[in-house]
Design a protein around this ligand. Structure first.
Ligand code: SF4
Ligand code: SF4
Length: 271
């Protein structure tokens, strides 16, 4: 796949893109690179393994420094981030030329990912969707058990902010997590559960289920299960799934309009 990917990056630059953004590296290590010239030797070292990186966050940082189009080599979760970020006015979709990298079956299985194939993949995608998993305790029918599980998980948090900082969907310049009236200055753990609830509520209509927050969490808190459940509430209530349809806006953006909640069977479980 390296040859095809390198060729697609060179083609985008020859075709007028001002820059190309991709990962280089081998064996699980990866670093983001920017090339502006199709003859840049780094293009030949483009990573094609299971390395992951928040490409959309990198592009958001770079784009004000560049003029013109940006070619981005990324996975389906990266593509979904661009779709969602464009709706929130954080990237200009007309500047992004996406080069889709298919995930391997091993990565999809390890990730519990049901969307391993970008629609515009540079080579045929052989991976099938994996079952999106939740940790068992998070789905317990017993509300007290669920609450105890999450409070115990949150109590391990060291407030390193890795989950927020790695997440391209967490783009606000002023973040509620930094507001001392909402979240006190304590760090081990931070005020719980409010610290984690702020992020979960914010992610309910933003999260594209890339899993990078959970992968980076040093306390091994099952954040993806938390955000998957928050996403599910929005999906059940409004049929909305972040990152999927570029023409459909978040239901939160429609505040003030009458919403049809008929599709919501249970909402938040209270028992
Ligand atoms: S990455 Fe984990 S430990 Fe760090 S702030 Fe987030 S939940 Fe807490
Ligand atoms: S899975 Fe985590 S890092 Fe990825 S979009 Fe959702 S909240 Fe952000």
């Amino acid at each position: 796949m390296r040859e095809e990917l390198a060729a697609a990056i060179r083609e985008a630059l020859e075709d007028g893109a001002a820059a190309a953004v991709f990962l280089t590296g081998e064996d699980g290590t990866a670093e983001p690179r920017v090339a502006r010239d199709p003859s840049d030797a780094a293009i030949e070292k483009v990573a094609t393994g299971d390395e992951r990186y928040p490409m959309a966050g990198f592009v958001m940082m770079l784009s004000p420094l560049l003029e013109g189009g940006i070619a981005v080599a990324g996975r389906e979760c990266d593509r979904r981030m661009f779709v969602e970020l464009a709706k929130h006015g954080q990237v200009d979709p007309d500047r992004i030329r996406f080069i889709g990298i298919p995930c391997s079956q091993e990565l999809a299985d390890a990730c519990g990912c049901d969307h391993p194939c970008p629609p515009d993949s540079i080579v045929a995608c052989a991976a099938g969707p994996a079952q999106a998993r939740l940790v068992e305790e998070a789905t317990s029918e017993d509300a007290a058990e669920r609450f105890a599980f999450w409070m115990d998980s949150f109590s391990r948090c060291i407030k390193c902010m890795g989950c927020r900082n790695v997440c391209p969907m967490c783009y606000c310049k002023e973040c509620a997590l930094d507001n001392l009236e909402l979240v006190g200055p304590e760090s081990a753990p931070p005020d719980i559960p409010i610290f984690h609830l702020i992020r979960a509520v914010d992610m309910a209509d933003h999260c594209v289920d890339c899993g990078m927050c959970e992968a980076i969490c040093p306390a091994e808190i099952p954040l993806r299960s938390l955000y998957r459940q928050a996403r599910e509430v929005v999906k059940e209530a409004f049929g909305y799934e972040p990152g999927v349809n570029p023409d459909e806006k978040s239901p939160i953006e429609k505040l003030g309009e009458v919403s049809d909640l008929a599709g919501m069977e249970e909402g938040f479980r209270t028992t």
